[in-house]
Design a protein around this ligand. Structure first.
Ligand SMILES: Nc1nc2c(c(=O)[nH]1)N=C([C@H](O)[C@H](O)COP(=O)(O)OP(=O)(O)OP(=O)(O)O)CN2
Length: 281
């Protein structure tokens, strides 16, 4: 017998892509489970499937930086903070932070298919009674218009959003005069795609970093000390923290300033949630 649970949860993470560098990802998680029925006529109570899988994903890869350790130029070392990840191509990045902020994956590149198989194997190490196999499917939300894949860290968040390099793949909706503005949406999504969004308060303004065209950001949060260095051109510095409320307000303000028109923005943080904001000239 095979049981299925669609839209079981979402996974939000960042990954190192040998082609594009640091990118945010949000995947919808669907699950299939194989096994024999028990005396109650069930394979595994739906009420238990979801918390079992979600709790393991939340304690594992969710809100981590997914590091393909066999990708060209990727180097991982233990360090005082926990782990240090360095990359070379397509650009040099260094991230340091507590061990649990990283998922080290022995592959040349992270793909949703490989990650799903890896998660299946992890879940099957301690399967519930009667479950003989599990297959997760990770899929991107279909985005018919503009979308962008950003990374960030929220140092004040009590949970895993405090990790300096986690991210999301998000829609962007913009209205002016009551009409959606696809050209503005595409323009701003392109400006934010594969970018690191950072609060200016968390930028270390060292002379050396600015001469080399790099941005260094660091902070202490409940899980430990985090620091990251990457090319300045890969970052978008905001005057506030990078909660989705602030991203929406910042976008509405910037678009209004550039176009001279009142603007309403719906910013998403991954799939199916986010914030609205409005600005006037
Ligand atoms: N009001 C806000 N709440 C939260 C924000 C935010 O910007 N505004 N941001 C975060 C984190 O950035 C986090 O990445 C979002 O994580 P999320 O997917 O919501 O995590 P959950 O585990 O809470 O949700 P599930 O999708 O159910 O796993 C957090 N909160």
């Amino acid at each position: 017998m095979t049981l299925f649970v669609n839209r079981l949860t979402h996974l939000d993470a960042s990954l190192w892509c040998p082609e594009h560098g640091l990118i945010g990802a949000s995947w919808r998680v669907d699950a299939e489970l194989d096994g024999e029925l028990g005396a109650d006529g069930m394979l595994f109570d739906f009420g238990e499937v979801k918390p079992w899988i979600k709790s393991r994903l939340d304690r594992g890869v969710d809100h981590t930086l997914l590091v393909p350790t066999e990708a060209p130029g990727v180097n991982v070392q233990e360090c005082y903070e926990g782990l240090r990840v360095r990359t070379e191509t397509p650009y040099a990045l260094e991230v340091r932070g507590p061990r649990q902020a990283f998922s080290l994956l022995p592959w040349p590149a992270v793909t949703p298919q490989r990650l799903a198989e890896h998660l299946d194997q992890g879940l099957m190490r301690q399967p519930p009674e009667r479950v003989e196999a599990i297959r997760l499917t990770l899929s991107d939300e279909p985005i018919e218009g503009a979308g962008y894949r950003y990374s960030h860290g929220l140092k004040r968040h009590a949970g895993n959003c405090q990790r300096i390099a986690h991210g999301h793949r998000s829609r962007l909706h913009v209205w002016q005069n009551g009409q959606r503005c696809p050209a503005l949406e595409a323009d701003w999504a392109a400006r934010l795609d594969a970018r690191y969004l950072v609060d200016e308060a968390d930028v270390d303004e060292g002379m050396e970093a600015s001469w080399l065209g790099r941005l260094v950001t660091s902070y202490r949060a409940a899980q430990g000390y985090f620091t990251m260095s990457l090319p300045r051109e890969r970052c978008v510095v905001m005057p506030t923290s990078t909660t989705v409320e602030h991203i929406a307000a910042w976008l509405a303000g910037e678009i209004t300033r550039e176009t001279g028109q009142a603007t309403r923005v719906q910013a998403f943080e991954g799939i199916d949630k986010g914030a609205f904001a409005e600005a006037k000239p």
